[in-house]
Write a protein that binds this ligand. Structure first.
Ligand SMILES: C[S@@+](CC[C@H](N)C(=O)[O-])C[C@H]1O[C@@H](n2cnc3c(N)ncnc32)[C@H](O)[C@@H]1O
Length: 273
């Protein structure tokens, strides 16, 4: 089988499936995207062909490409992903941009609650080496992946802590920003069946997906420095509810930022104590 035949094995021409086939072939053959289209007649080795066909079968069975290749690009970083982590989504980069736009001290203290692969914490650390960043997760194997990613990208200034939300943190710390992309999908959401490969603990929250967001906003104010911010990712249809949670908790300067698809995605508020 040559590269052109391999590309054509799945999906229509110009489709997203074909793009995924190309990424998979790049991963297996170690040929970059530019060279791949120049080498359409190159034959795959028997081992490459076997790995490619087996990988396509895994994707067809519902596994995200990132679980098959073992990594996912996010921000400027290539991040290891495993079955213990959510695959970081491009829209979460909007949260990173939102935090970077805030007026913060040069040595700002930041915590990323529920860090998964470390996507948010490590992106911020790569842009602001002088910030003191802590990343937490409830699940130790997830945190090990984030720690690995920190080492891979030489971002070893980031500290890691395991535990449920604020329980992971040492007492008497105050942060300039609490950032989080918590689970926010309603357990009854019909899209859950498309996400079956990823850990449920990373996706689903009670109260129609709002229970973790509510907890983080209500409890978070005890962990904020004066004029500190909470910046939260949420579902496209949750902005009104999340703004109400911020308002009821006494936050000011509440705002919602849209994602690259034009959907409400990130809401933030400032604690003016
Ligand atoms: C939606 S994923 C986000 C992962 C990563 N921040 C990202 O944006 O790709 C939510 C993360 O929160 C973690 N998590 C779920 N419940 C938690 C809790 N009670 N305390 C801390 N982390 C939790 C999950 O393990 C998962 O890694």
């Amino acid at each position: 089988m040559n590269i052109a035949q391999a590309l054509a094995l799945r999906g229509e021409a110009e489709s997203y499936e074909r793009q995924e086939n190309a990424w998979l072939l790049e991963h297996i053959t170690k040929i970059d995207s530019f060279d791949l289209v120049m080498k359409l007649k190159q034959e795959l080795t028997p081992e490459q062909e076997q790995e490619y066909v087996a990988s396509l079968a895994r994707i067809e069975a519902g596994e995200p490409l990132a679980y098959v290749t073992g990594s996912q690009p996010f921000w400027t970083l290539d991040l290891k992903v495993t079955k213990d982590t959510l695959v970081p989504r491009p829209d979460t980069e909007v949260l990173v941009e939102t935090v970077l736009r805030l007026d913060l001290p040069e040595d700002a203290r930041i915590v990323d609650l529920g860090t998964g692969t470390g996507a948010i914490a490590l992106s911020l650390a790569s842009e602001r080496p002088d910030w003191a960043i802590t990343a937490t997760d409830i699940y130790q194997p997830t945190l090990e992946v984030a720690r690995f990613n920190a080492e891979q990208h030489d971002l070893t200034q980031v500290k890691f802590a395991c535990g449920s939300w604020f329980k992971a943190l040492e007492r008497n710390q105050f942060f300039d920003v609490i950032a989080s992309n918590p689970p926010y999908i309603d357990p009854e959401d019909k899209h859950m069946s498309n996400l079956a490969a990823e850990p449920k603990r990373a996706l689903v929250a009670d109260k129609h997906g709002l229970s973790d967001i509510e907890f983080i906003v209500q409890q978070g104010k005890k962990w904020l420095a004066a004029r500190g911010w909470i910046v939260i990712e949420h579902g496209y249809d949750q902005a009104d509810a999340v703004r109400t949670i911020f308002t009821n908790a006494g936050f000011r300067k509440i705002d919602t930022v849209k994602d690259y698809g034009g959907n409400d995605r990130v809401t933030l508020g400032q604690w003016q104590n």
